[in-house]
Design a protein around this ligand. Structure first.
Ligand code: NAD
Length: 368
């Protein structure tokens, strides 16, 4: 039984959500996400949720003297999912104890505590927001809507790094178990989407990539409804720009995923549109792809779409509530389509709305 399915079966009662708004725009966008989730629970009574708040990042430091306080860890441990905002302070204040290593301590703390080994990042270009994308509109006309699934705790970043004299070495290692975990999720995700999975590697050169191919080929036999293909990472980098609409689900190892997911993140045109998930063995964490945006924090202008869409991902992947997740995504689509746009996505010279007006528009567009 898959982790996703296991999770949805194991938590039929009100699901407990640990809410960690963090710093900067985190609390502002989280407020809108919770508004939308509470409306969702009214429309979909099966989606009853309880929300318990905890401090993390600079807010954790202020409240408890550390970025990832023990009470916050305990809150996450008794929860079914973590809804995370963002952490970190302004660049000019990074030397202050409150902000020094804030992002590292908070996120690595969570990653370690909950074995968050797989990262999931959707990248969707909203047709009415083609003006935000750096790509020409003809490259977007077939609809760009992909999910990149990246292994997070293996590969070259975690291998031995040595330098001797004028030579240096970085070791890349993968085990079958490490490879199976992201792939298992990728097959499940593809089934709920267009049914296409592209496994990205460099199997013409690397043994680890050849192992990925072997494992993926074996696993594909259990998922006949998914069409799987392989693509070399250099070609994938080109195709992301030349033919982004050709992708559905991409699954890849740590370093390739790091690079490709950052490349894909510019396609929608604003970080404010990009949710993400990190999958652990016991629970999953959902967070916007962007940071705490100190430049706009407190002004009520941040785009809450990414945080709201994190709520949809949580309903889909942690709780198995596909209809409710799709309803949130449709309501975000509807708000954007009707021209309710925050400053980061409004065409130049047009009027933009505040964070809370965008959230209200999504709530108003929600349908059971
Ligand atoms: P950032 O993502 O916070 O901001 C980059 C740019 O994107 C800014 O101009 C910002 O205004 C804009 N932006 C981001 N989210 C937006 C939204 N929802 N709506 C509208 N505009 C948005 O990156 P940064 O400025 O490099 O980092 C700021 C702080 O965030 C740093 O302290 C950094 O360490 C931290 N950070 C945290 C995370 C995280 O919590 N996962 C991730 C990245 C950066």
């Amino acid at each position: 039984m898959t982790t996703m399915l296991r999770r949805s079966l194991s938590s039929k009662a009100a699901r407990k959500v640990a809410v960690l708004p963090g710093d900067g725009i985190g609390p502002e966008v989280m407020k809108e996400a919770l508004k939308v989730l509470k409306r969702t629970a009214e429309l979909f009574p099966k989606c009853a949720m309880t929300f318990e708040h905890g401090n993390i990042g600079g807010a954790g430091f202020d409240a408890h003297g550390e970025h990832f306080p023990a009470v916050t860890k305990a809150l996450c441990e008794r929860s079914d999912a973590i809804l995370f905002g963002s952490v970190g302070g302004p660049v000019q204040e990074q030397h202050m104890p409150k902000w020094k290593d804030c992002e590292k301590n908070s996120l690595l703390g969570l990653r370690k505590a909950f074995d968050l080994a797989v990262n999931v990042r959707p990248a969707k270009v909203y047709p009415t927001l083609a003006h935000c994308s750096p790509l020409r509109s003809e490259l977007l006309k077939d609809g760009v809507d992909m999910v990149i699934i990246r292994e997070l705790l293996g590969g070259i970043y975690f291998g031995e790094h040595t330098t001797e004299g004028d030579s240096a070495k970085d070791v890349c290692t993968y085990t079958v178990a490490q490879i199976r975990r992201p792939l298992e999720f990728a097959f499940q995700a593809a089934k709920g989407r267009k049914g296409k999975l592209t496994v990205v590697d460099k199997a013409n050169v690397l043994d680890t990539s050849r192992l990925w191919r072997k494992v993926a080929t074996e696993m594909a036999k259990d998922h006949p409804e998914v069409t799987m293909d392989f693509m070399y990472v250099d070609n994938a980098a080109m195709q992301l720009i030349k033919a982004p609409a050709s992708f559905d689900v991409i699954c890849t190892e740590n370093m390739f995923g790091d690079i490709l997911s950052d490349a894909a993140s510019v396609l929608p045109g604003s970080l404010g549109l990009m949710p993400s998930a990190s999958l652990g063995s016991k629970l999953y964490l959902y967070e916007p792809s962007g940071g705490s945006a100190p430049d706009i924090a407190g002004k009520g202008v941040a785009n809450p779409a990414a945080q709201i869409l994190c709520g949809a991902m949580m309903l889909r992947y942690s709780f198995g509530e596909e209809a409710a997740a799709a309803a949130i995504e449709a309501a975000v689509d509807q708000a954007i389509l009707s021209g309710v746009l925050t400053g980061d996505i409004a065409p130049p010279g047009t009027k933009s709305v505040s964070t809370s007006v965008f959230g209200d528009a999504v709530v108003a567009a929600m349908k059971a």
